[in-house]
Ligand binder design. Structure first.
Ligand SMILES: [Cu+2]
Length: 318
């Protein structure tokens, strides 16, 4: 942790950045011929452009993923589940639950959740019952309004990310978005972020993993890659899922310390980045707040208060 503190000095002055995906490239460019670019996506990085979600279809062509609960005829529907479980279905254009999905990054279904205030990120893999109901031990860890993202590819279809709000009752303590950083720590690892993305343009973002001051060079593949980067845009939780350049075992992609992503932000603004990487037979998630484009953009929509930002209505400032 002390290392991180020192590193932050180095990072001072770097613009906080964010990584988005190939799909986002399409999404970010309002004049891109989506119907053509989408075929490139589906061929070369099926799953890599998980954000690519039916870009070919008219009106929604340029929306980032995760903003819609229903798209291209597919709908994310909550299902009743016993306490401690989370369940849902994907219904298809005919209104019945979909039971056939493509495998993308080792799984047929990726469920990502985060609170609306961007805290509490989890990425889990539910199991599907024969009737198309997906179930998983609930990743909704505590009270709040959560956004649940189902990231999947229906058989023969295109990747989709559908989003659904789920409320967990209880006393809500709104958490301000942490300040932008270019270095963070998780589970004893330090992860440094370099790169300067500009909205509307592809940039390279590199995340470098070290531990105890030494670069980690034996990252383990996780879901077919050395890293998975999810970004959520502050304000609407637009969902971006990026996979790195290179594939484990391709003979030219090092197993760390650096993981490089080709990224393009859809807009200026604040984003929360979540990097999943695997080392020591465990998956770790490093989180960053970054600003894209406008360095003066406000980061927090929740006024920080001296008592840790507890969102008490009517609280005053002195
Ligand atoms: Cu997953």
């Amino acid at each position: 942790m002390n290392t991180a503190t020192k590193l932050s000095g180095f990072a001072l002055g770097l613009v906080a950045v964010f990584g988005a995906a190939y799909g986002i490239g399409n999404l970010a460019d309002p004049v891109a011929p989506a119907a053509e670019t989408r075929h490139d996506d589906s061929g070369s990085d099926h799953g890599t452009g998980d954000t690519g979600h039916g870009d070919e279809n008219g009106a929604d062509a340029h929306l980032p993923g995760g903003l819609l609960v229903s798209e291209d005829g597919y709908t994310l529907q909550p299902a009743t589940a016993p306490a401690g479980q989370f369940a849902f279905r994907i219904t298809g254009p005919d209104g019945t639950p979909v039971t056939r999905f493509e495998v993308a990054h080792d799984k047929r279904m990726h469920l990502i959740v985060a609170r609306r205030d961007l805290s509490g990120f989890r990425h889990v893999h539910p199991e599907m019952a024969g009737d198309g109901t997906w179930r998983v031990a609930s990743p909704l860890d505590g009270p709040g309004v959560w956004r649940a993202f189902a990231d999947f590819t229906p058989e023969g279809g295109e990747p989709l990310t559908l989003g659904l709000d789920v409320t967990v009752p209880g006393e809500l303590a709104a958490r301000p978005l942490p300040a932008p950083v270019t270095s963070t720590t998780v589970d004893g690892y330090t992860v440094m972020l370099t790169g300067t993305p500009e909205p509307g343009r592809t940039s390279r973002l590199t995340l470098s993993v070290s531990r105890d001051g030494r670069p980690v060079t034996d990252l383990q593949p996780y879901l077919g890659a050395y890293g998975h980067l999810v970004a959520l845009r502050q304000g609407d939780l637009a969902y971006l899922h990026v996979h790195p350049e290179g594939t484990p075992g391709d003979g030219r992609t090092p197993a760390g310390p650096a993981i490089t992503f080709a990224a393009e932000v859809p807009s200026a603004g604040a984003y929360r980045l979540y990097l999943d990487f695997r080392h020591g037979d465990a998956v770790h998630t490093a989180e960053f707040t970054v600003l894209a484009g406008d360095r003066t953009a406000p980061v927090s929509t929740t006024a920080p208060t001296p008592d840790a930002g507890h969102g008490t209505p009517g609280h005053g400032h002195s």
